[in-house]
Design a protein around this ligand. Structure first.
Ligand code: C5P
Length: 234
């Protein structure tokens, strides 16, 4: 499908709702760029761990802020895997940003105002020519409040945990259902209660509860919403 007008699509929502999967599939259909902003906050968290700015449950915020300018994040599309891959300081990051330790700290690292400022600036830059599907927590509210289409995703936490567990196990990451559920609930709490850019539905966002929907059904739903609102060619 080809849209006859260039737009920005913002996909926000709770942890492990399948935002990135839907955003990636949609971007593929529209031949748009997909940016997973959660991966960016995860990459910063990974960098903090590598540099020992997180140690024994302590986060050394001053040191992180001081050295933030050492972080260079880029996305490059890999035609073979059809994925928009994240590179941190010229290093490709894949499964290492999906580990339980990175998940455990990502919401805390993403609360640091300077970290958010840097990521939001980068994200705005990536969307300056539109033709982008960006997923995260604050895309429709802060990064692109002017986005032409905003989706807010939600699903039952138990269903989310079940899906995430299967995904992690497939990647060979060893975790239990209870650990995954606890992490999801903690991240939801931190994301919705933080002072800066808390997760909330933009007033003009469409809600998608995908608790009982397959990936194909979700994609069909969003394509239907797009067709209703924007001129297109099949
Ligand atoms: O989406 P994902 O679960 O990979 O994101 C990891 C963490 O990054 C989230 O728990 C959230 O705290 C943070 N995040 C954010 N703003 C975004 C995207 C993610 O604060 N736009």
């Amino acid at each position: 499908m080809r849209l006859l007008t260039d737009i920005i699509i913002a996909v926000d929502g709770y942890s492990s709702c399948g935002k990135s999967t839907l955003a990636k599939n949609l971007a593929h259909c529209l031949q748009y760029r997909h940016i997973d902003t959660g991966a960016m906050y995860r990459a910063v968290t990974y960098w903090c761990l590598e540099n020992h700015f997180i140690k024994n449950n302590d986060i050394y915020t001053d040191a992180i802020v001081k050295r933030l300018n050492e972080i260079h994040i880029e996305f490059h599309f890999n035609a073979l895997s059809q994925l928009n891959e994240l590179w941190l300081n010229k290093k490709l990051l894949t499964n290492e940003i999906r580990t339980p330790i990175v998940s455990a700290y990502a919401s805390q690292i993403s609360q640091i105002p300077e970290v958010r400022q840097k990521m939001v600036q980068l994200q705005k830059q990536m969307g300056k020519n539109k033709r982008i599907v960006m997923d995260g927590r604050d895309i429709g509210t802060v990064v692109f409040p002017e986005a032409e289409l905003k989706i807010f995703m939600t699903a039952d936490p138990n269903i989310r945990a079940k899906r995430r567990l299967a995904e992690l196990q497939e990647k060979g990451i060893d975790v239990t259902f209870d650990e995954v559920l606890k992490n999801i609930e903690e991240r939801d709490y931190l994301d919705t209660h933080r002072e800066i850019s808390p997760l909330r539905k933009a007033d003009d966002a469409l809600v998608l509860d995908n608790s009982n929907m397959s990936k194909t059904e979700q994609l069909e739903w969003i394509l239907k919403q797009i067709k209703k609102r924007f001129p297109y060619e099949d």
